[in-house]
Design a protein around this ligand. Structure first.
Ligand code: NAD
Length: 356
């Protein structure tokens, strides 16, 4: 029995999660496996009940779960609370608790939605599919930081430091991910300037000998930012450190042009992972049956693949989403002329109904 902790969170979180559970239940019925969902509070709703965005009850359940499915947290109601009690602090705490050091963000352009991208269709090609594997717990965001006055003003620093183990563990994730895809890893760094990048290159190059079936290439980050716009089709898996990955994963996701379609996974050691859409809690449309549940449904598909090695079950979800888009159904965020407008609930029902 798979034990999944479900954290709907705030805003549109509960709506997108309940529709994802519909789809996961349909998959478990079709492929005959058992799945148990246990719901807990995180973010603003947890602050309201426990005065804590990541209460001990939620933390304990997450540590005992096989995997975690998250909606989104935050909203104007909690904007004024002190920073350690903000909903986002719950999210950071969750990632820390689960030691989630590898962030996987696919940028997949569905052919049915290619016109939503601001990039020309001939540049995107057919079915563009890139995976950014970003190191999530090291580098400049976590290194020593500080400020010091000097005679002409102030200086400030953020240390970008990595050790071999931090690089190796996320590189393993990238090589294994490439093995499930087209078998290509592009290491993105700034090894012509940064010492930390030189260590990344040496370490990843050495590690690559364990994965002879995977092609490893290197690219400087400034060139990668340009190539993502010029010729995105050349990429399969992009492996990079935290700061570069933060920027490049946002750039890659915007190739698709639709925030409501983009899932993500944050993986630690073992099989456990946190699966969530990349968008926020969209308070402007919460409770109105307008949210696109597809990013969360696709996060569920990533969970089956990465936490449970269930490729055909995961593929069934991808196919169901594609079928529903082919049938012309769209939520308001991705509506196009002559397409059929549906709400969150109907989109969830249509996708679940394709899994038979
Ligand atoms: P947002 O992603 O919530 O919304 C940006 C815009 O995209 C809004 O117009 C929204 O309506 C729309 N949108 C987002 N998801 C959608 C979906 N599934 N379907 C249709 N439209 C969708 O970003 P924001 O407005 O900057 O932030 C709102 C709140 O979410 C804030 O409190 C922020 O801190 C929080 N946030 C949380 C996460 C997270 O939980 N991982 C991430 C980003 C922002």
């Amino acid at each position: 029995m798979m034990k999944i902790v479900v954290l709907p969170g705030d805003g549109i979180g509960p709506e997108i999660i309940s529709n994802t559970l519909k789809v996961l239940k349909a998959v478990s019925k079709k492929f005959k496996f058992e799945i148990a969902f246990e719901e807990h509070l995180i973010g603003g709703c947890a602050i309201d009940k426990y005065d804590n965005p990541f209460p001990p009850l939620t933390q304990k359940a997450c540590l005992q779960a096989d995997s975690i499915l998250l909606g989104a947290v935050g909203g104007p109601k909690w904007d004024k609370v002190v920073s350690e009690k903000r909903p986002e602090a719950g999210l950071l705490n969750l990632r820390k608790t689960m030691n989630a050091f590898a962030n996987l963000r696919p940028a997949h352009v569905y052919p049915q939605l290619a016109s939503a991208s601001s990039i020309k269709q001939e540049v995107l090609g057919n079915n563009l599919d890139i995976m950014v594997v970003r190191e999530l717990t090291g580098g400049a965001y976590f290194g020593d930081k500080g400020r010091k006055k000097y005679e002409n003003g102030e200086k400030a620093w953020d240390l970008m430091m990595y050790n071999t183990e931090e690089i190796e563990r996320v590189a393993h994730v990238a090589f294994k991910t490439a093995g499930l895809r087209k078998g290509k890893v592009m290491l993105v760094d700034k090894a012509n300037v940064l010492e930390s990048s030189k260590l990344w290159r040496e370490t990843v190059t050495k590690l690559a000998t364990n994965y002879p079936e995977i092609e490893l290439k290197y690219m400087y980050v400034d060139n990668a930012a340009m190539q993502l716009i010029r010729d995105p089709k050349q990429f399969d898996v992009i492996l990079t450190e935290n700061l570069f990955g933060d920027i490049l994963s946002d750039e890659a996701s915007m190739l698709t042009g639709s925030l409501g379609m983009l899932p993500s996974a944050s993986l630690g050691f073992g099989k456990n992972g946190i699966y969530e859409p990349i968008h926020g809690s969209a308070p402007d449309i919460a409770g109105q049956d307008k949210a696109n549940p597809i990013a969360t449904i696709l996060s569920g598909a990533m969970m089956l693949l990465y936490s449970f090695d269930m490729k055909k079950e995961s593929d069934a979800i991808l196919q169901a989403v594609s079928n529903v888009l082919d049938m012309g159904y769209r939520t308001p965020d991705i509506i196009q002329p002559e397409m059929k407008l549906v709400g969150t609930e109907e989109m969830g029902n249509l996708i679940a109904a394709q899994i038979v």
